[in-house]
Structures are given as structure tokens and as C-alpha cells.
Design a protein around this ligand. Structure first.
Ligand SMILES: Cc1ncc(COP(=O)(O)O)c(C=O)c1O
Length: 395
């Protein structure tokens, strides 16, 4: 039986129409299928491969750790140098005393851990998030999702959750002294790339402070250089109480984390002890890969490459069918105005060897989130290919 048939037969399917690209290998911005056809990966596995696929420095760090040890104990009991070095390096990127990092395996787990931490620290239960927010797909993180379609089949979810509108000043009044935390994506990704104003972010910070509510910024998609600064919140001149990270963090390996101050984080160590438990969180190989990734982004200033890529796309992607190109660094959404046009464009691009995608809560726009290592020439090829696709779309 062919791989594709086995995939459909034995792997749990999450949609009736998976892309089913048969990947043979990956390198830099390129994926190669079993027939040897290459595809430029314009979505980086949904914002994961910020340093490109199989970056040699990430591979070297993984190899180095493979020769020492793999999993040896559940999170937090042994002193494991890849975890310690990573936590220290992350803390150094975070201003404002966010000195402790809890390492997990994914973005959803980072959200879950932060939800528990906020409830435990404040002694409150209400959690607020935004319309069109995506913080993960586990039951807790799903409770924060800002879209009913994806939630309704799984209710009842967590009680005492509320949605407010992103970037809306009047909504801030819903935050009260009952609210444990407000979870916000610094830049909304699955909403089709929505950027909050500085004024709103500052007002949100102030309202949280006034109410004794923790501000949790989800940087799972926007962090690690993607938007032009190492953390997207740096552009807003505000400090969150908890930061969530994953995706681009691991250089292609599974890892996530939530960071907070010592005074907040210490709540997880008493009443009850072991306030959050994970067997594999911060796996030493993933931690080593993440540390190499962090160093790469810092040393090569890949955040500035994100800005260069953004500029190149704004300059080059001019076409009558483009309604708008929304962007925050190399996190972009090409608005075409209809689901049919988006689907046709994704298909055409795939045939030409270019991988794009749509957004969970915005099916009228194309996702553009390439590796930040993409060269000018590669970006130019992607832009020209997209222009060809747009030209071929029905009017
Ligand atoms: C902003 C945001 N938060 C959380 C998540 C969940 O991360 P994961 O899929 O690793 O659980 C995602 C994943 O797309 C995300 O984009």
C-alpha cells in the first residue's frame, strides 16, 4: 500500500481534506517530496521553523545532547544543564523580573500551566480572553478560544471564562477584581493577523494592574524574532506578568514554556506541592535545540531579517486582487476577500512549488510566515510565484 493510503488508513484524521504532502526531507526554506519536487515553505510549519529547517547549529546541539542523555527524570527534580542554560537564556531576554521559566512540551501546555498559575497566585477563578483568540486545543486552552464553532462540540468547558474584544477600549471594563488573568496574543495570528494598538495594550496593562489581574501574553506564534523584535511585546513598551512561548522556540523540536517572576512562579511549589507536573517538559534534546535556536536568532539578528522580509513582501506583492497585506514582521496575511480565491491560490501555489495556508478564524486571507533565514532571492521567488498565482485566479 502507498504511504498516502496508509496515512489515511492508520493516522487519525483531523479534516476530510488533508494536504497530504509526502515529505522526504527538509533543508533551509525548502521541503522535498518523494518525487524530488521541492517546495518553498512560506509558512514554516505554522510559525515553527524561524531558523529554517535543520539548521546546522540546531543539528549540532541535538547531536551533542544525543551523545549525553535523553530523558532521565520528570520535570524539575534533577539539574539538567540543557534546561538550566535554556531557562537562564530565556530569562535574560525578558525584562522586568520574569526570571523563572517552566518548560513544557507545547504551546497548549504553556497556556494550561499559566491558567493554573494565575488561578493559584490570585486565588480567583475568572479568566478572560479575546474574540478570535487561539491559545491551544486542550480543554483548558480551548476554554479561552475566541471562536464558538471550534468549542461547541466540547462543552461544557471551563466555567468562569469570558471573551472581550481585542483592541477594544470599552471591553476593558469587563476586567474586574474577580479576574485572575487576561490572556492575549500580542499579535493575533489565527484571526488572520490582527495587530493591537499601543494605546490599547497600555490601557490593558493598566486595567490589569488596577484590578490585581495578571496579564498573560501569548507569544507562542509571535515570539522568537517573528515580528521584528525578539518578543512582540517589546514594541508595545509594556511588561506582561506571564509570557507563553513555543513553536519557533525549538528550532523544529517540540518544546514550550511559560515565564513569570519568582514570586508568582513559586506558587507551584506548595499547597499543593507539585502544582504542575510534566514527564517530558523541557526534554533535554529539545532544550538543547531551543538554546541553539535562541542564540542563532540573537547572534544573526533574525528579528531584523523578519523586518527585511516584511518590507520585501510589501514592496513586491502589489496586485489588483490583493485587498490588503497585514503584517507584523514576517507574520503576514494576504487578504483576498474570499474563501474560494484563497483555496484556489493555495492550490495553484502548491503546483508551482510554494506552500501557503489559510487561518483558522479568517479563511479569506493567505498565511505568510516563512523561516526568518529566507534570502532575498528566495523571497523574491516566492513573491513572483504568488503574483503568477494571483494572475491566474478567476476575476
Ligand atoms: C498563539 C498560539 N497559542 C497557542 C498555540 C498552541 O500551540 P500548540 O499547537 O503547540 O499546542 C498556538 C498554535 O498554533 C498559537 O498559535
Amino acid at each position: 500500500m502507498h504511504q498516502r493510503q496508509l496515512f489515511l488508513q492508520h493516522m487519525a484524521q483531523t479534516s476530510p481534506a488533508p494536504m497530504a504532502l509526502e515529505v522526504e526531507r527538509a533543508e533551509g526554506v525548502w521541503l522535498y517530496d518523494r518525487q524530488g519536487k521541492r517546495y518553498l515553505d512560506l509558512i514554516a510549519g505554522i510559525g515553527v521553523s524561524n531558523v529554517g529547517h535543520r539548521h546546522p547549529k540546531v543539528l549540532a546541539a541535538i547531536q551533542h545532547q544525543l551523545d549525553r542523555y535523553l530523558h532521565v527524570m520528570v520535570y524539575g527534580e534533577y539539574v539538567l544543564s540543557p534546561q538550566v542554560a535554556l531557562a537562564k537564556a530565556i530569562a535574560e531576554t525578558l525584562p522586568g523580573g520574569l526570571h523563572q521559566v517552566y518548560l513544557v512540551n507545547s504551546g497548549s501546555e504553556a497556556t494550561e500551566g499559566a491558567m493554573k498559575l494565575a488561578k493559584r497566585f490570585t486565588g480567583r477563578t475568572e479568566l478572560i480572553s479575546c474574540a478570535q483568540a487561539y491559545h491551544g486545543s486542550t480543554q483548558g486552552s480551548l476554554s479561552l478560544m475566541g471562536d464558538e464553532y471550534f468549542k461547541q462540540a466540547y462543552r461544557p468547558l471551563l466555567p468562569n471564562t469570558q471573551l472581550i474584544r481585542y483592541n477594544d477600549h470599552a471591553s476593558l471594563d469587563f476586567i474586574s477584581s474577580q479576574t485572575a488573568a487576561v490572556f492575549v496574543e500580542t499579535i493575533q495570528g489565527e484571526a488572520g493577523l490582527r495587530v493591537a494598538s499601543k494605546e490599547w495594550m497600555k490601557a490593558l496593562r493598566k486595567r490589569c494592574t488596577d484590578c490585581g489581574t495578571l496579564l498573560v501574553l501569548d507569544e507562542i506564534q509571535a515570539g522568537f524574532g517573528r515580528t521584528g523584535t525578539f518578543w512582540a511585546f517589546e514594541a508595545y513598551e509594556i511588561m506582561p506578568d506571564i509570557v507563553l512561548m513555543a513553536k519557533g522556540m525549538g528550532g523544529g523540536m517540540p518544546i514550550g514554556a511559560f515565564a513569570a517572576s519568582v514570586s508568582i512562579m513559586q506558587c507551584l511549589s506548595y499547597e499543593p506541592v507539585l502544582g504542575h507536573i510534566t514527564t517530558f517538559g523541557g526534554h533535554p534534546v529539545s532544550a538543547a535545540a531551543a538554546l541553539a535556536t535562541l542564540h542563532l536568532i540573537k547572534e544573526q539578528q533574525l528579528n531584523l531579517q523578519a523586518l527585511r522580509i516584511e518590507q520585501q513582501f510589501h514592496n513586491g506583492l502589489k496586485h489588483p486582487k490583493v485587498i490588503e497585506l497585514r503584517s507584523a514582521g514576517a507574520m503576514m496575511a494576504l487578504e483576498l476577500g474570499s474563501w474560494d480565491l484563497v483555496q484556489a491560490c493555495i492550490q495553484l501555489a502548491l503546483e508551482k512549488g510554494l506552500i501557503t495556508d489559510w487561518f483558522l478564524f479568517c479563511n479569506t486571507a493567505l498565511r505568510i510566515a516563512p523561516p526568518l533565514t529566507m534570502t532575498e532571492e528566495e523571497a523574491n521567488w516566492a513573491i513572483q510565484t504568488l503574483l503568477e498565482c494571483l494572475e491566474q485566479l478567476p476575476s
